[in-house]
Design a protein around this ligand. Sequence first.
Ligand code: RIB
Ligand code: CA
Length: 318
Amino acid sequence: MPIPVIADVDTGVDDALALLFLAAHPDIDLRAVTCVAGNASLAQVAQNTLDVLAVAGCEAPVACGVDRPLIEPARDAGSYHGANGIGNLALEPSPRQPEPEHAVELLRREIDASPEPVTLLSLAPLTNIALFLRLYPQTAAKLERIVVMGGTASAGNASAVAEFNVWHDPEAAQIVLTSDVPTTLYPLDVFNRVVATDEQITQLKDAATPHARLAAALLDYQLTLADLPADIASGAKLGDAGAAAFLVASEHFGVETWPVGVELSHGYARGQTVVDRRLRSGEAEEHGLMAPTVRSEVALTVDGPAVAASFINTVCGA
Ligand code: RIB
Ligand code: CA
């Protein structure tokens, strides 16, 4: 049976790649997509999302959520994702509009209506999901789990130590990571290591379907970013699409369970996800100081080429 999935996105080049995968994979039933400000403004995210789903031939309902974080103003990633948030690609405008209801209401409606537990895939700042958890805890308790593309157990990207989705709204991330809903973190440690090769991009172009051609164009844009780990010489990062593939290809990942906390102070480390991999507590605890206590599953290693191949085969085969 395909797994029911709702994706929360800030489309975004890599969110678009994830949506193409989610719409194409036979073992995934994409029930809805909710939008939040992040990579781009809420309005731009919603338009990009509708346009990508139209290319994928996916009719899943799309709803708009919040246009800024809980505390601070929105701070987009236009320098990375392009002025329109989707690599400056000019997509055919979708004939569809977002649902009239707020994203939080669409989450409640779809999760309450689902006979099977829904997996919530977060690919964006966590503001919508935090508000949903606070407003509808009984509905949230029906979730299978939340998979969060966010955080890092090593270096950051938005800042030296913080990953963009958590950095954009650290309070929302803290709410989600300390909730009672089982949560798996998909941090930069694996996010950065799922990379498509030039040959795989050519495979997409040869497939010559609308969604394969769009995936190739998005990956060609990713090639221009040159932000690969030092030990990966070339390729196009799949980003959020790796988190989408994690839902159906978790055998390619190494997952551990550790206490995870979010730094909320307004300094260098704001938005840092502290993954506490110590085997024993230390002086911080002995002297009554703070230490992360809520344990989350964290994906820390990945067979990047295997996941990239899963993405290519899925989108080419759709
Ligand atoms: O840090 C990477 C994450 O932030 C990705 O989800 C990207 O799309 C942005 O939302
Ligand atoms: Ca994203």
